[in-house]
Design a protein around this ligand. Structure first.
Ligand code: PLP
Length: 386
């Protein structure tokens, strides 16, 4: 959904010409972005990373999640959510989504077992999860909450930005996201006690370049440090995000209003005024009707994108969690009591909902006429299939 323009080009040129592309000592763009993004999201600590996946893993390691722990993850998300859990040494337990196509708070309540330490609500396709109910269930069971906000940069829930509600969160700034610097991410938290471990995951060699006293290296890990080029681009992207989201939300509300009499039902919204507005979605009564609606309207089907449903998580189903068996969280004895019996039909309710959910992508540059045409198409297709 992102926009990149002259401002980003000039910012990159400035950084390149300065010869200061390394973030420590001489730079300033990454530090500035971390400070500004923290204010924007409403969190105290932001650590830039090389990707959303590394951000999520760092967030979990920061909170002390690892071998011996299960993390509940929704049936509808990109595989990276589950992979980030495995990369922290823990085991993903897959649970249902509800009609909002985000994690079902009732399913969290029902799935908690003796090994469950955390839950990862995923704000999919710019749609915030039902965070009030999720936090209530998490508090009831003493679970940690790691928000996967990778697809919801700039989105919120009831007046707060996503990423600021759970104990920690991960954002992605890859090519497909609302803000991008090509590849990148950010781990965020308000938990000061998690920051040193999070920092060690994002750059375990940081202490060489900063203050050796405060930035001690706690353990060895992979590096996922960001560069000043990424920081410079993201500082420009942050200036654009609210305007873009405002336009998409307005567009979405217009589509919903002008299709309200068609009989087609929008998916349940957890916080319509705060979501990103990147997609308009409708739930059809049957899969056959959803297919017919797709054929007539050209929409996508949430369950059939080829990469957002648990049935497509091949390495997870294969228990292939590391390059060597001794490092594989699915094989180590600490995880022997964790639930890892994955079956393709284990979340049949989610598959049914996702295969009945029609989706249309929006973009801030869509012209008014184009949206009018989209509304006409939806109304016509709905009349034909309902
Ligand atoms: C829901 C979700 N989580 C995590 C990620 C991982 O982000 P990245 O590709 O930056 O590692 C993505 C990326 O597409 C995603 O969509």
């Amino acid at each position: 959904m992102y926009r990149i323009g002259k401002k980003e080009v000039e910012a990159v040129e400035r950084v390149l010409c300065s010869g200061k592309v390394f973030r420590y000592g001489v730079g300033g763009e990454c530090t500035r972005f971390e400070r500004r993004y923290g204010k924007y999201v409403g969190v105290e600590h932001v650590l830039m990373t090389s990707s959303g996946t590394t951000a999520l893993t760092a967030a979990m390691v920061g909170l002390g999640i690892g071998p011996g722990d299960e993390v509940l993850v929704p049936a509808c998300t990109y595989i990276a959510s589950a992979i980030a859990i495995v990369a922290a040494g823990a085991i993903p337990v897959i649970i249902d989504v509800d009609e909002s196509i985000t994690i079902d708070p009732a399913a969290i309540d029902a799935a908690v077992g003796p090994r469950t330490k955390a839950v990862m609500p995923v704000h999919m396709w710019g749609l915030p999860c039902d965070m009030d109910r999720i936090m209530a269930v998490a508090n009831k069971h003493g679970l940690l909450v790691i928000e996967d906000a990778c697809q919801c940069v700039g989105g919120g829930y009831k007046g707060r930005k996503v990423g600021s509600i759970g104990h920690a969160a991960g954002f992605s700034f890859n090519f497909f996201k609302n803000m991008t610097c090509g590849e990148g991410g950010a781990a965020v938290t308000n938990d000061g006690s998690a920051v040193a471990r999070m920092g060690c995951m994002t750059d375990c060699c940081k202490f060489y370049w900063t203050d050796r006293e405060t930035d001690e290296s706690l353990f060895s890990s992979n590096g996922s440090r960001a560069s000043e080029i990424e920081g410079a681009i993201l500082n420009c992207q942050l200036d654009r995000i609210d305007g873009m989201i405002h336009r998409m939300r307005k567009m979405k509300k217009r589509v919903l209003k002008e299709t309200a009499d068609s009989g087609i039902v929008p998916i349940k919204a957890n916080s319509l005024d705060d979501e990103c507005g990147t997609h308009v979605m409708f739930v059809l009564p049957t899969q056959e009707q959803a297919t017919a609606f797709r054929d007539l309207s050209g929409c996508g089907i949430a369950g059939q994108t080829g990469r957002h449903v648990y049935t497509e998580w091949d390495p997870i189903f294969a228990h292939s969690g590391a390059p060597h068996p001794a490092l594989n969280p699915f094989k180590i004895k600490e995880n022997s009591e964790c639930r890892m019996d994955y079956r393709k039909d284990m979340c049949a309710k989610s598959l049914d909902i996702l295969n009945r959910t029609a989706m249309f992508g929006l973009h801030p540059d869509r012209k008014r006429n184009d949206v009018t045409k989209l509304i006409r198409t939806i109304n016509k297709a709905a009349k034909a299939v309902l």
